[in-house]
Design a binder for this molecule. Structure first.
Ligand code: SF4
Length: 457
């Protein structure tokens, strides 16, 4: 099918072919899994929930639990109140979670179900036992993307749970953005190495990358506890990583509990990680220890040793807006040329920031929000690139155009170990650079004449 992609680009305003995003509830479900003892609940029909669970399971290679209001024709006509009430009763009776995080779907949004009222009635009727918590986020999939759904659920955590007791705690909130469990683990490790206590939510490390113990746990021991999220209102500052995934929650925490917010990009590469470390250092009033400086030094050494392999290489990038913005900075640090950069998500902030980054060093770069992979493929047909970086949905394009390919972002459905390898922080950048270098050198080995097939590169 992709062999039939035409090089001629036509203006399309309504049609998306090979979308570069997925739907809001997937992000909300993923965020909910980052609360300890939480059952994500999909208020809609079973098909939505099954798709969202299977998509996350295929990416993380772990069973993803979630419940559903199981809408049928009746709920579509009369609303989903009875379904949600019954669902909450069943969930607390059968699975006994500490907290249920409800997200909506297209159908319940079109019906207009008022989730807070339904939950209040369920509490009155005894369907929600004393001491148990229910939070909710509206996640209509006809707007936004999985990143919007993630952002809305993190914001719901703040709205429902964060409290200010008036007693300041010497901790910093970190909202990690839509990243892998390994990235969340890496952020915690880096903060500890700098000597700063953080509260991170959501936190899917230990949930979707937990150890094999021989016993299945419905609620793994990882994740941010409700108490930790409550305490976020007393902390000295919030670092919201990624404009699209974390801005709303960090801003909400600032206005609700008066916790100052700093808005940073995902710490991918040297400069962005420096900003993260510097923010931790300055808010906590500590010195950056030598061990962290050495970590940074190893990354810089690697980049300077290898830059001849990267210099001037034309790269096409697609993915979540926060990922593409941060990754582009790493590519520029490697002296590569990100000539195409798209996201399927909407938001003018993406194009604005990307132009700031690329207009100087890569003036020919094409940048587009609300774009699709079909158009990116057409651009590549017209002016080829040396490397494609995106999620698994790029593999057909890479094969058709015979371009080296690095899988990055969400979802990665055809590889297995990505959830264990961070791409954030200094150590994460080394992982990512290693992946990029390997595909470039593999291609060089494959294509070079016999006489140039070198043992040492
Ligand atoms: S787009 Fe809407 S209907 Fe389709 S799976 Fe997502 S929430 Fe369900």
């Amino acid at each position: 099918m992709l062999d039939g992609t035409t090089a001629e680009v036509a203006n399309r305003s309504a049609l998306r072919i090979n979308p570069a995003k997925t739907c809001q509830p997937i992000g909300a479900m993923y965020a909910s899994l980052g609360i300890q003892g939480c059952m994500p609940h999909s208020h809609g029909s079973q098909g939505c929930c099954a798709y969202h669970r299977s998509h996350l399971t295929r990416h993380f290679k772990e069973p993803v639990m979630a419940t559903t209001s199981s809408f049928t024709e009746g709920a579509s006509v009369f609303g989903g109140m009875a379904n949600l009430n019954q669902a909450l009763k069943n969930i607390f009776t059968i699975y006994n979670p500490d907290i249920v995080a409800v997200h909506t779907t297209c159908l319940s949004e079109v019906i207009g179900d008022d989730i807070p009222s339904i939950v209040a009635k369920a509490r009155e009727s005894g369907a929600v036992p004393e001491g148990k918590i229910v939070i909710h986020a509206n996640t209509p999939s006809f707007v936004g993307s999985h990143v919007t759904g993630f952002a809305n659920m993190v914001s719901a955590m703040v709205n429902y749970l964060s409290e200010s007791t008036g007693e300041t705690k010497n901790q910093i909130n970190v909202l990690p953005g839509y990243v892998e469990p390994a990235d969340m683990r890496e952020l915690k490790r880096l903060a500890a190495a700098v000597g700063v206590d953080i509260v991170m939510f959501p936190d899917t490390s230990g949930v979707l990358d937990g150890p094999l113990t021989g016993e299945y746990e419905l609620f793994p021991r990882g994740g941010a506890t409700v108490e930790q999220i409550k305490s976020s209102g007393d902390n000295i500052a919030t670092l919201g990583l990624g404009h699209f995934a974390s801005h709303i929650a960090a801003a909400t925490l600032e206005s609700k509990c008066n916790v100052p917010a700093a808005f940073l990009e995902l710490p991918i590469g040297v400069t962005a990680t420096d900003r993260f470390v510097d923010a931790l250092r300055s808010y906590a009033d500590v010195e950056v220890p030598e061990a962290v400086e050495n970590e940074r030094g190893r990354l810089v050494d690697l980049m300077s040793d290898l830059h001849q392999y990267f210099h001037g290489k034309r790269v096409a990038v697609s993915g979540d807006p926060d990922h593409v913005i941060a990754l582009t900075q790493l590519l520029l640090e490697l002296e590569m040329k990100p000539v195409y950069a798209i996201t399927g998500s909407t938001g003018n902030q993406f194009e604005k920031r990307m132009h700031e980054l690329l207009d100087g060093p890569v003036p020919e770069a094409k940048i587009k929000q609300n774009a699709d992979l079909f158009e990116l493929h057409q651009w590549m047909k017209n002016e080829p690139v040396d490397l494609l970086i995106t999620n698994t949905y790029g593999k057909h394009i890479a094969r058709t155009e015979d371009v080296p390919f690095v899988r990055f972002g969400f979802p990665i459905l055809d590889r297995a170990a990505h959830r264990y390898y961070p791409t954030l922080g200094y150590a994460g950048a080394i992982n990512l650079i290693n992946q990029i270098l390997n595909v470039i050198l593999d291609r060089k080995d494959r294509d070079c004449p016999e006489a140039w097939y070198e043992l040492v590169q």
